[in-house]
Design a protein around this ligand. Structure first.
Ligand SMILES: Cc1ncc(COP(=O)(O)O)c(C=O)c1O
Length: 479
């Protein structure tokens, strides 16, 4: 296997804004350790030589040396004679962290299948026979599923015809199709920050230059939500080709746009010639947001591309998502799709048809699961880590928790040593910001949540003790 040689420039780009208020070497080591632990620097990669990195980051050789020493001490780096410093993922070396017993995975905000998926799959098995006589390729999706999805939009106040729906293999594939269809290299794409990291990666892969606009949780400042001035300025001044937004229960902040903001946003996008892409993957996971009439789908205000998914409402294993768009746009997306895949599996579409028809009832079950998980997380954090600020989560799948100090990368690494996998705040920013935040899922059982919060409390103590007793004093003095 050829080892990836990471240049100082490439590493610099991956690091983003990594400087925190603590010592530089430790912050750098934490950020590099996190990139390795997340797999974004694959194990076996060769890190830049100390001199090269010190020049690139304008830091002393001793600071880089201390950071690498720290990474070696914590098992993230090994020095191989003649090959330099090689990244190593201690968790992978111990076996797959997701499989090993006792490890709690809090990195994914998703739920097991809702009750009803089993029955829907059985029903699909009884209905598959006539489809076997067809070719089975349905690039736009099965007509009955497209109709069921259209009916659900109509029931939510957005009249929709089945012709305006394309079924995809998940919402992420839907975004990939949209990005490949609309973006040329160098085009601007407006994104929220923080945002769903895979979406930002998808836009970048399609060649986009990202234009970030900030969103906050409701309790961090008076109102929370979108930085409206920045949003409208970005649309007016940069006229992005598209804007990727989550108007409901934004991932990870949980914020939702008011109808008034939605209306002004659609008007501003029309003026700037920007195509709005609303990701509604978790839009229907309402726990206790008051007055659903105050939160109409963004598409009800004008011409918008809406992405949806069966993953969070029913089950991620179905791999079914959809796009709602005007007919000419659906035709454009269809021609892009032809070069990547030729349709979504028929069996899962049949099952999803039954589930979509029962959306209103199944959401009641989801709501109770999420309410229980949210309350368990909020109560456990309030008792164990009262200095953290936990927003009131009205819906969606996660809480964007403010630690009160920039220690997210450090906490994430310490939590791994305590058997808990979490995703650090910087993964949700496009430039490495958000060191004060972690995203925690609200969808776990109270027992699992209690174990996770115990591990978080221990990890927080570990890093707080570390902050008081600086190791590597010789290096630290030099920084
Ligand atoms: C906001 C958002 N969009 C899209 C996806 C991906 O959804 P799918 O499983 O349908 O591809 C997720 C999954 O976490 C998500 O949170």
């Amino acid at each position: 296997m050829t080892a990836l040689h990471l240049s100082a420039r490439a590493l610099d780009a991956m690091l983003g804004e990594w400087v925190t208020e603590g010592s530089a070497y430790r912050a750098l080591a934490d950020r590099i350790g996190l990139l390795i632990a997340d797999g974004r620097i694959p194990g076996g990669s060769r890190l830049p030589a100390e001199r090269e990195l010190s020049e690139r980051l304008s830091l002393s050789r001793s600071t880089i040396g201390a950071a690498y020493a720290q990474l070696r001490a914590s098992g993230y780096l090994e020095s191989v004679r003649g090959s330099g410093s090689i990244a190593k993922n201690p968790a992978v070396d111990r076996g797959d962290p997701h499989e090993s017993t006792g490890v709690i995975n809090f990195t994914q905000a998703a739920l097991p299948a809702v009750a009803g998926v089993d029955a829907a799959l059985q029903q699909a098995a009884r209905q598959i026979a006539p489809h076997l006589a067809t070719l089975g390729y349905e690039p736009l999706g099965l007509p009955e599923l497209r109709a069921a999805i259209a009916d659900r939009f109509t029931a939510r106040g957005l009249p929709t015809h089945a012709d305006e729906i394309m079924v995809t293999s998940g919402a992420l594939q839907a975004l990939t199709l949209v990005a490949r269809t609309l973006l040329a290299r160098g085009d601007r794409a407006l994104v929220e920050t923080p945002s769903y990291p895979h979406a930002a990666d998808t836009l970048i892969a399609a060649g986009a230059r990202l234009v970030p606009v900030s969103v906050t949780s409701a309790d961090q400042d008076a109102a929370g939500g979108w930085h409206e001035e920045a949003l409208f300025q970005a649309l007016e001044r940069t006229a992005p080709t598209l804007a990727y937004l989550m108007p409901d229960f934004q991932n990870p902040t949980g914020a939702s746009m008011s109808n008034d903001l939605r209306r002004r946003l659609v008007e501003a996008a029309e003026r700037s010639g920007t195509i709005l892409v609303a990701d509604e993957t978790t839009a229907e996971l309402n726990i206790d947001r008051p007055n659903s009439a105050d939160f109409a789908p963004l598409g009800a205000f004008g011409d918008v591309i809406t992405l949806g998914s069966a993953s969070k409402m029913f089950w991620g294993g179905l791999r079914i998502g959809w796009i709602r768009a005007a007919r000419p746009m659906i035709r454009r997306l269809l021609s892009t799709r032809a070069s990547s895949d030729i349709g979504t599996p028929v069996f899962e579409q049949l099952a999803t048809t039954h589930l979509v028809r029962q959306t209103a009832d199944l959401l009641l079950l989801r709501r109770e699961e999420l309410r229980t998980g949210r309350d368990a997380l909020t109560d456990a954090l309030a008792a164990a880590l009262p200095e953290w600020s936990v927003p009131h989560v009205e819906g969606g799948l996660c809480a964007w928790v403010n630690l009160g100090r920039p220690a997210s990368s450090q906490l994430t690494l310490a939590a791994r040593n305590r058997g808990l996998l979490i995703t650090a705040g910087p993964r949700f920013g496009i430039d490495g910001a958000f060191e004060r935040f972690v995203r925690l899922p609200i969808n776990k059982s109270p027992a699992e949540t209690a174990r996770a919060v115990d591990a978080l409390q221990l990890a927080w103590r570990d890093i707080s003790a570390l902050a008081l007793t600086p190791d590597l004093p010789a290096y630290a003095d030099m920084i």
